[in-house]
Design a protein around this ligand. Structure first.
Ligand SMILES: C[S@@+](CC[C@H](N)C(=O)[O-])C[C@H]1O[C@@H](n2cnc3c(N)ncnc32)[C@H](O)[C@@H]1O
Length: 336
């Protein structure tokens, strides 16, 4: 959820870069997919190693400008696609030697500072929160969904304890005026009885709206499934998350496919002992104290990875069932 760039130094800072490079080992060459290109921090580092190729994706078309510069130096080894990572399977990558797929979730400092995107509660003007390639905005959600739906979004995606009062007051206010960023902040301030002096009152509601508008749960689940399909035997899938819901999804996906029970029982070629992933670490890798002091917004980052043990991808995962509640809430957006 946090930015990966140091605000005070205005410097680009890819989170957990050293740890990611050591896990995906680009020194051995091969093709890597950077699902969240952003400012290109991970991609540039991978391309520093000879015999590597990178296919980078980002849903924000602003990334295309940075990608175009990189393309000048790495014409034959670098491709950028302005697509969502859930659409990875559209790339038809079956014959590529994919050695690693990385995800660095959330948004970057440049995105949060972009007033047009309206991700920050400091922004003035229209509510937006679209990272790119979206069908609806936070303004649509706040001004069109019903009270119960808004309450669920704030509760499930933001863990907001006072979701009920906030959504009730939104409904009251919007019958008089269209709600924009600052009026939403005021409604939240007025609704919240429990004040928290450490974090801004609007933090949880804004996080919840961002997850909803960008369908982050479905994106992550489909991204993980599609990335696993294109990965070769011995290849690594690694994900940096910034909030507990993302981490729960990644943890469940890796763990459930590292245990015998989750391998497809309909697949005759799979023996009992075969599982899809090898999990080296059960616990996530977190940034060092040094990294956190240099880049405080890295403090909530968690990195999990798994190694694919087979070339096949005929596997069963019940992850959509497991997170059905969240997917159903995201689907409220279908009517907007
Ligand atoms: C934290 S930044 C990545 C920073 C990058 N690792 C770097 O070092 O520059 C996250 C990026 O992921 C992109 N993103 C978020 N969700 C996405 C999705 N579903 N599909 C594609 N890109 C996505 C955002 O637009 C943003 O640029």
């Amino acid at each position: 959820m946090d930015a990966t760039i140091v605000p005070k130094m205005q410097k680009h800072y890819p989170v957990l870069l050293k740890e990611i490079i050591s896990v995906i080992s680009p020194q051995h060459g091969g093709t890597f997919i950077d699902c969240t290109f952003g400012q290109g921090g991970y991609t540039k580092k991978i391309l520093d190693f000879k015999n590597t190729n990178v296919i980078a994706l980002d849903r924000d078309n602003e990334s295309e400008k940075i990608a175009a510069q990189l393309k000048e130096n790495f014409e034959d080894r670098f491709i950028f696609k302005n697509i969502k990572f859930s659409q990875l399977s559209n790339l038809k990558l079956k014959n590529e030697n994919i050695r690693g797929v990385v995800f660095d979730l959330g948004y970057s400092y440049t995105q949060i500072k972009d007033p047009q995107k309206g991700l920050s509660f400091d922004a003035n003007g229209k509510l937006n929160m679209k990272l790119g390639l979206n069908s609806y905005s936070a303004e649509d959600a706040i001004n069109k969904l019903d009270e119960k739906e808004l309450e669920k979004i704030f509760k499930f995606f933001g863990d907001e304890k006072e979701a009920k009062y906030i959504s009730r007051n939104i409904i009251k206010e919007r019958s008089k005026n269209k709600i924009d960023t600052q009026s939403l902040v005021e409604i939240i301030d007025k609704s919240k009885k429990r004040k928290n002096f450490k974090v801004h009152n609007a933090t949880k509601v804004f996080q919840a709206l961002r997850i909803f508008v960008n369908k982050e749960v479905s994106e992550l689940i489909n991204g993980l499934i599609n990335a696993t399909k294109v990965l070769k035997k011995g290849g690594v899938i690694g994900v940096v998350t910034f909030h507990s819901l993302e981490d729960k999804i990644v943890k469940y996906f890796f763990k459930s496919l590292s245990e015998n029970k989750s391998v497809s029982r309909y697949s005759p070629v799979v023996k009992q002992a075969d599982t899809l992933f090898n999990l080296i670490h059960k616990k996530p890798i977190i940034p060092s104290e040094e990294e956190v002091s240099e880049n405080p917004s890295s403090r909530s980052a968690k990195f999990r990875y798994a190694i694919k043990k087979t070339d096949f991808y005929n596997f069963d995962t019940d992850i959509k069932e497991q997170f059905r509640n969240y997917i159903e809430i995201e689907n409220y957006g279908d009517k907007l």
